[in-house]
Ligand binder design. Sequence first.
Ligand code: EPZ
Length: 431
Amino acid sequence: MDKFVISGGHKLKGTVSISGAKNAAVAILPAAILSDGICRIENIPAISDITLMCRILRDMGANIKMINKNTIEIDPTKMTFRETPNDLMRGMRASCYLMGALLGKFSKASVCLPGGCDFGTRPIDQHLKGFKALGADYNIHSGVINVKCEDNKLKGTHIYLDVVSVGATVNIMLAAVKSEGLTVIENAAKEPHIVDLANFLNCMGADIFGAGTDVIKIRGVQELKGVTYSIIPDQIEAGTYMAAAVVTRGDVTIENVIPKHLESITAKLEEMGVNVETFDESIRVFCNKPLKKCNVKTMPHPGFPTDMQPQITALLSTVEGTSIVNEAVWDNRFRYIEELRRMGAKISVDGRLAVVEGIETLTGANVSATDLRAGAALIIAGLSAKGKTTIDNINHIERGYENIVEKLTSLGADIKHVSDIFSNEEDVSGI
Ligand code: EPZ
């Protein structure tokens, strides 16, 4: 099993460029099958979730061409409906977007219940509520969801989401974009990747307005044309490198970002006493004074993102004082804290609250990534710790971070990707 091996204590310095947003790309790729032409998607992150999504789309009959590692051409024009209960779909949460995309294209879908990061229950009741409101019926049988609109034409409707859900907002948009009439989604998610998806669909000829607010209106259209589209930069990847720079008390400029998408992260770091300089498409993070503890509560956008919670908790475990982290989105997203404790972190957890007693220095240890952002948190802890940290289950990390070893190494980190087949931790990251 491959591992990352980190020798901590090196200040990160220099510049790093951010890749395309994973959570935008995994929504836009399935959305492309709604097109009546060929779509070329650029600035896609070269990560395993994308590889998996392309395999699923190919299995469903789409013609996928890799132009280069960050550009994909999708030709859905010869796709015919097929029931695709496919165990591949259990590899990630975003496979559930195939429900909305197939419903929007064929007025029916039959897909495996999705998988993804394990931090508590991950219901899809709001997705199904939206499909039903659009005129589709569904049943779940042997782990497969079958959704179908009997008269083959979904009809616009008014949906009030009981919880702010990124996935349900995406899926309802995909199902409604070629339906008859107007669909209104109230209490919609406002994340940057929701806006990116709406922009992509509108480039294809959709009629969606209000994305980025909590009311999204979708007027159904007959046809969506093939387009070329570039994915926005990944706000969570950017935030992860910001936290890595701060935990090493370094000085890093993060390029190819949309600063507006990072405002809640920037605000929290400035509250801790971090210096943040914002430019048009980059952001500089550096420390020149002792950091202060702070409290964090995760919320839907524009609140502090839950996908940055593990990373900021790892950072706070090295900041003097007592910080409280409140995970208000997921019911069990602190599993990684057991791993941080192996490194000497003093953190107690009670339900959705973590109480972090910052300590001077963490100590390197052998730890395991329990999910994607938990893995990022362990890297952040390892960069700061005294001695060597070995992280296994790095497949979780490779789902969402393109070239993380190369990017951190270019900033001065001592991190190696070690494969089990090599003895003595031979560095394989360049292979
Ligand atoms: C998306 O997951 C992201 N994944 C997650 O990022 C992210 O943590 C999450 O949004 C919140 O921002 C992708 O975009 C692929 P939700 P999703 O539906 O859509 C409840 C990462 O690290 N809920 O917004 O599954 C749910 O239990 C990943 O990149 C319902 O109750 O999240 C949760 O408490 C991890 N019923 C809250 O809503 C539903 O039908 C938010 O979930 C759906 C959700």
